[in-house]
Design a protein around this ligand. Structure first.
Ligand SMILES: [Fe+2]
Length: 136
């Protein structure tokens, strides 16, 4: 599987969100590289924790934007974030218990979820912010 690379199709039109999505993609690429290099579990665990921390930070920023602008689809969007965080938490726990590699299926989940979320749910939020001239 190739590394993910950012291009304009991922843009939601709001610079702050796009920048954070780039960071998330970088972290997922780091997991990919660590797997491909056969790195020890400590390295992979560190990146999974970084991803967990950064995703939590990013989601809370998006949620603040939604709340501040009375976004009508807040609940649906928030639930998606919660789902991803709970999956990441479970993955991090497995690593904490000594799992030594990220299974292909787990990695696929991270990639597929993030891309699907950006391209559908986050783009919808981006359109709402732009249309209402709420993107600052
Ligand atoms: Fe989101």
């Amino acid at each position: 599987m190739l590394l993910l690379s950012w291009d304009e199709t991922f843009s939601v039109g709001v610079a702050q969100i796009d920048d954070q999505h780039r960071q998330l993609i970088d972290l997922i690429n780091k997991i990919h590289t660590a797997r491909a290099d056969g790195n020890e579990s400590a390295v992979i665990r560190r990146v999974i924790f970084q991803l967990f921390k950064y995703a939590t930070h990013h989601f809370s920023e998006e949620e603040s934007l939604m709340r501040d602008n009375n976004y009508p689809d807040f609940q649906t969007h928030y639930k998606e974030h919660e789902f991803f965080i709970s999956r990441l938490d479970a993955i991090a726990t497995h690593f904490g218990q000594g799992e030594i590699q990220v299974a292909g299926e787990t990695f696929r989940f991270l990639v597929d979820w993030l891309l699907d979320h950006i391209l559908t749910v986050d783009k919808k939020l981006g359109r709402f912010l732009i249309e209402g001239d709420r993107a600052k």
